[in-house]
Write a protein that binds this ligand. Structure first.
Ligand code: ADP
Ligand code: MG
Length: 432
């Protein structure tokens, strides 16, 4: 157990040390180091601020699992999270931390079956991880009673505020018993969130991890200066320049995300988009394929990417410059996690360079200018993609606009393969 010395010192039990070992968590992160001992021993409430990707889930998950008792028969802890995706993720993470301890942890969110949730709740759930809307719904139906909880956790509190759930959160807080511990975790601390802490929490300990403590320090941050029309070609070159590219591409709008993913697919890349118009069902499918690396490029908007947490994400591309430092950090916080190195690439137009410098200076980050990778020019990497593209295209699309020209080209003296070869040359040279 030597490698887990850090966690052991914080007072973590052998059972959970075993679970941590299985997960590959050998060293506590800074926020874990500060919160776990307070939550294991003291009685105070806790407000903790640390950036995305710093391990906040385990910071409260480990103490919850340690402190809750087996076989209680009613809900002992409620964790509120902003999205369904996070409800699933956080419940899975806590579940993987519990070791041999017999605790039932369930995610509860809108869109999943109410009956199923009712059945779970009847069987004696210990920890509910849920989204505010659905939790409130269950409370109002009288299916969920929070009168005897020992812990209430507000996770990603700033996101719950951003997404307009704060009134629901307050109503839920009012329906819980007084003698519980309330824990609030957030990447940022807007006034409104601090207001909630003041109003609903007892004396609390405020823990803040400075930006320097971020795991993104492991991320190599690079920017490329290019015009909007050069972006797509540059993205393709970037993808081609890596042997097995696996990464997340951020776009500002739904239309951009859908458009970029669509163009990538047409070029034969394995890409998918998630944005606000993608149904919850689809979203989970898409994320699952990405997690299993069946899709290698995910194109996302900021909102849709909330809660995406993929450990081995080697690369994040900002196809558009993020609006502010928070969004920048949030995006790139998805790479360079858990001690692994990663690359964050930002595309900026000449007009946006100043804005990028503001972000860089605000964060005190080192973001260096990179040289755009050039197209390989040879067919090596592209052959399979072009083949896939043509096969798909012949099968899937109508080519009305092009058939007349195609006939004309094939009608002349030249052989069909020469015509196709000339078209390939045109396609590839255009990309340079
Ligand atoms: P946050 O909630 O602060 O955004 P998460 O709890 O989602 O961060 O953790 C970010 C990533 O780091 C997750 O993949 C998580 O499994 C991993 N992680 C958390 N704590 C550790 C640790 N002590 N050692 C290694 N990886 C960790
Ligand atoms: Mg979190």
């Amino acid at each position: 157990m030597n490698r887990l010395e850090g966690f052991k010192k914080l007072g973590v039990s052998e059972n959970i040390l075993g679970a941590l070992k299985k997960k590959g968590f050998f060293k506590p992160t800074e926020i874990q180091e500060k919160t776990i001992p307070i939550l294991l021993s003291g009685k105070t409430d806790v407000v903790a601020q640390a950036q995305t990707g710093t391990g906040k889930t385990a910071a409260f998950g480990i103490p919850l699992v340690e402190n809750l008792k087996e076989g209680i028969g009613h809900v002992q802890a409620l964790v509120l999270v902003p999205t369904r995706e996070l409800a699933i993720q956080v419940s899975q993470e806590i579940n993987s931390l519990k070791g041999r301890k017999k605790l039932l942890i369930v995610p509860i969110y809108g869109g999943s079956s109410l009956e199923q949730q009712f059945r779970w709740l009847k069987t004696g759930v210990d920890i509910v991880v849920g989204t505010p809307g659905r939790i409130l719904d269950l409370i109002r139906r009288g299916w969920l009673s929070l009168g005897h909880v020992s812990y209430l956790v507000l996770d990603e509190a700033d996101e719950m505020l951003n997404m307009g759930f704060i009134e629901d959160v307050e109503e839920i807080l009012q329906s819980t018993n007084k003698e519980k511990r309330t824990l609030l975790f957030s990447a940022t601390m807007p006034q409104r969130i601090l207001g909630i802490a003041k109003k609903y929490m007892k004396e609390y300990e405020f823990i803040r991890i400075n930006k320097q403590g971020l795991t993104v320090s492991l991320t190599n941050q690079v920017y490329f200066v290019l015009s909007s029309s050069e972006k797509f070609g540059a993205l393709c070159n970037l993808i081609d320049s890596e042997k097995d590219f696996f990464g997340l591409v951020f776009c500002r709008t739904k239309a951009d995300a859908a458009g970029v993913a669509d163009k990538l697919v047409r070029r034969g890349y394995s890409a998918e988009a998630i944005h606000g118009d993608v149904s919850q069902y689809q979203r989970e499918r898409i994320l699952d394929r990405f997690r299993k690396k069946r899709t290698s490029i995910l194109v996302a908007t900021d909102v849709a990417a909330r809660g995406i947490d993929i450990i081995d994400l080697a690369c994040v591309v900002n196809y558009n410059l993020p609006q502010n430092p928070e969004v920048y950090l949030h995006r790139i916080g998805r790479t360079g996690r858990a001690g692994k190195s990663g690359t964050a690439i930002t595309f900026v137009t000449p007009q946006e360079i100043k804005k990028l410098y503001l972000i860089r200076d605000f964060l005190g980050a080192s973001i260096t200018r990179g040289k755009l990778p050039k197209a390989s020019g040879s067919l090596g990497l592209e052959k399979n993609r072009i083949k896939t593209y043509i096969e798909n295209s012949v099968r899937l699309y109508k080519h009305n606009g092009y058939t007349a020209l195609a006939k004309e080209l094939l009608d002349g003296e030249s052989r069909a393969e020469d015509v196709v070869a000339a078209l390939l040359r045109y396609l590839l040279e255009e990309r340079q």
